[in-house]
Every structure is written in C-alpha cells, then in structure tokens.
Design a protein around this ligand. Sequence first.
Ligand code: PEP
Length: 262
Amino acid sequence: MTNDKKKIIIGNWKMNLNMQDASLYLQRLSELIKIRRDVEVILAPTTLTLQSLSLQVNLRQFKLASQNFYWRDHGSYTGEVSATQLRGIVQYGLVGHSERRHIFCESDKDICNKVAAAIRNHIRPVLCIGETAWERSNGETYDILQDQLIGGLANITSDELSQVVIAYEPVWAVGTGQNALPTYVSAAAKAIRGQIEHLYGSAAAKSIQVLYGGSVTIDSAADYLSLPELDGLLIGGASLNAHSFSEIIKKAHKGSSTGEKD
Ligand code: PEP
C-alpha cells in the first residue's frame, strides 16, 4: 500500500549527549551510513546541540529535528525556544511526544498550536500519539488515537497535512522495553489511516507517513519495517548507540530483508 514512499527513521536522543558527544556521534554515524534515497534519517538531539550539529550535518545524509519548541513565534516566554528560531536549523519537529504530554502536561490545544507553528515555519511536524497502559486495558486505544488526531490536526488544512508525519507511540511501550506486537501496531496504523481518511479523504490516508515508536531494537526493527501500513520508526534508547542505530537504518533500506551490510 505505502511501499513506494520513503522510509523515515528518527533517532530521539531525549536529554542525552552533550555538544562534544553529539558531534562525535554524528561523525561516527556518517561513517557507518551511506546516503540512501529511499530512507530519510532524522536525528533529534537536545535543543542545546542543534545549532552546532546543523553546521556539521550533511543534509543529503541526515535531517535534524527538534524534540520540542514553543508555539508562539517570539515574545516574553522565558526559557522557551520557538519554531521561528528553529527555522533553517531543523527540517522536522517532534510534537506531542508522550514525555511532553505526560511529564510536562501538554494538552491537545498546545499540541495543535505547535503543529500549526511548525508548518508556518516550514518545519515538518511529527505528531506523536498513543494510549497509556490504563487506556489500553480499558479498550480505549482507538478512541484515544482518534481524539489525539482530531485535537492535534484541528487547524490543519488538506494541503498542510502533506507536511505532517504521524508517529504511533503507545505510552506503555516508550522507554519501557515492552514493545507492541507488530500485529497490534499494524491494526493501530490502519485505524490512524482510517481516521485520516475520514478527516481528509482517501488520497491523504494513503500518502500520510505513519511511524511506530516504542522500545524498538535491532532485533525487532525489521518486523515493523515489513508492515505495509508503516513508513518507518521513531527510536529512543536504541538510537543512542551509533552502531545500533546504523543497523536499524540499514534494515529500512529497500534492498534489505535482514540488514544489508554497507
Ligand atoms: C521515543 O523516545 O520516542 C521512543 C520510542 O523511545 P524508546 O525507543 O526508548 O522506547
């Protein structure tokens, strides 16, 4: 269904790696990975290191993403960084990551404003959605996905939707070592496309890029990447090691079934 689209692999470093470590990591990863037209590799370091990495990175090889930003463009918002300030430095921005929603109490309203701010500043938003363990055990997964999609995309037109990437990240799977089964992810990705079809039509449902994130490792990556409903992965822990991350990227390459060697 979506096999002709580019795969996306995002490494979310969360609050790890200082400037020197980030620079060394980038150097190492660029030695391990060939430039591939069928895979978009995106690194999401801390805001602190973004600018220096943007000067070091070869954009034909890797793109950069912010992990977070504030939705207003400028003003008296002490401690915040805006999408306007990130413009030209990053090509993507994570929005509504479960750690932002649940630790920093971001609401659907904040998230919807951030999606719009990213698009207005020519940054592709990666809208993260997913249910908690409690919501899952109460059979609410699809309602949550629907609510978070409707909430996050509230201000987004059909034209703008082409800029949006959706990451399905069940909260119970993020950073826990408890990854969701591929059949479960496949059903969730279908539900997400079904909701996009309802909101924006069938062409949008087919073309939107849907990723999975949640405790993916070198060993589990290929099973997700073979799902026709999925366009890639959002990786946290396993992206912190350049070797592991490069092995996952190789599995996303079209010619690879088990991990092509460069
Ligand atoms: C994430 O940070 O989005 C993530 C999926 O983390 P992990 O791979 O560590 O679960």
